[in-house]
Design a protein around this ligand. Structure first.
Ligand code: NDP
Length: 326
């Protein structure tokens, strides 16, 4: 069991955590990144990435994350292969975290970049066909279905936005919902109903995702949630949009969260209500959820961390002696 001490402790290793580390290391905060169960985060389970700025050609998600990790290490970040199982932030800075390994991590600032994960249906074929027709991100993968038949599963804001986004690429978008009423905001619903490219399919759940001879998605097996009848729907792509779950279990009762479990921050900043604790990336963002926005808020966390440390240093310094008046 070892104790690792740093000015800047970062939990999580997606674009947010690595970007915070790159900026933090260059600001001499000697960051430690505790990488967690899925080093690299959600991008390591996607394939082609075409929307991360700086690359003219398609890059692979895992490769992009390897590059970010290497860049963070190159400028002086220490990577720890450990998963944080407990944090103590109640007493203020310095913050203490304990890893699965039994090691202890102490940081003057704590950057939370634990991310979020798309929820999946758990239906047969869903995971096997991931990247071969099944996706949880239309913004990431919609482009690959230009002129093809696609379906979106879900009835919330995400599903509706994904369906609307997909109309940029496809004229044949089916929105499959388990009820006969959408949960999404009315204004988004109106856009869906006004689109001649989106066909809502009510009261249907997906029983399975079936592959064709080429090994990629060929059709969905649907079940009517009212009658139990089954049917099939041929599609080239299916986007599961039934919500995201932020990885905030560790912080329950310790930091304020919204109803969905996302960490609350001061508007437009990565500052949580505890001075010195910053949240960046998908763990605090249920709206944009892009690698580039996560990287942006990671950078903001590092800049605010630096400012916070400056106030700590100032508080530690002895007050300058006041010269006696003559
Ligand atoms: P939501 O929880 O709002 O919606 C999830 C949808 O998926 C619901 O329609 C739900 O059905 C359906 N669903 C859940 N589980 C299953 C299942 N097992 N099988 C079939 N369907 C299922 O999640 P969202 O990701 O849409 O939104 C999350 C939060 O983010 C919300 O607060 C939303 O408003 C916000 N958001 C805001 C955006 C914006 O402001 N532009 C954009 C995107 C999200 P049912 O309705 O029957 O429960």
């Amino acid at each position: 069991m070892a104790t690792h001490r740093t000015k800047m402790l970062i939990i999580g290793s997606g674009p947010a955590g690595y970007s915070a580390a790159i900026y933090g290391a260059r600001a001499m905060m000697e960051p430690i990144v505790v990488q967690g169960l899925q080093p690299g985060g959600q991008l390591t389970i996607t394939t082609d990435v075409e929307n991360y700025p700086g690359y003219k050609d398609v890059v692979q998600g895992p490769w992009l994350m390897e590059q970010m990790q290497a860049q963070a290490e190159h400028v002086g970040t220490r990577m720890m292969w450990d998963t944080i199982v407990d944090v103590d932030i109640a007493g203020g800075s310095p913050f203490r975290a304990v890893g699965d390994s039994g090691d202890e991590y102490i940081g003057d600032v704590l950057v939370i970049a634990t991310g979020a994960q798309a929820k999946w249906l758990g239906a047969p074929g869903e995971q096997e066909l991931g990247g071969k027709g099944v996706s949880a991100c239309a913004t990431c993968d919609g482009f690959f279905y230009r002129g093809k038949k696609v379906a979106v599963i879900g009835g919330g804001n995400t599903a509706v936005e994904e369906a609307l986004y997909l109309t940029n690429h496809s004229d044949d978008v089916t929105l499959i919902h388990r009820r006969d009423e959408l949960r999404a905001e009315k204004i988004l619903q109106e856009r869906v109903f006004a689109s001649d490219k989106i066909k809502p399919l009510w009261n249907k759940s997906v029983d399975s995702f079936e592959a064709g001879e080429d090994g990629s998605l060929h059709h969905l097996v649907l079940k009517d949630t009212q009658t139990g009848e089954t049917s099939t729907l041929e599609v080239d792509g299916a986007f599961v949009a039934i919500g995201h779950a932020p990885a905030t279990e560790l912080f329950k009762g310790k930091l304020p969260m919204d109803d969905g479990g996302y960490l609350l921050v001061d508007a437009g900043t990565p500052k949580t209500e505890v001075p010195g604790v910053f949240a960046c990336g998908d763990v605090m963002d249920h709206i944009y959820r892009q690698a580039v926005t996560a990287a942006g808020t990671g950078c903001m966390a590092a800049l605010d961390a630096e400012r916070f440390l400056a106030t700590l240093d100032f508080a530690k310094d002895e007050m300058p002696a006041v010269e006696a008046a003559e």
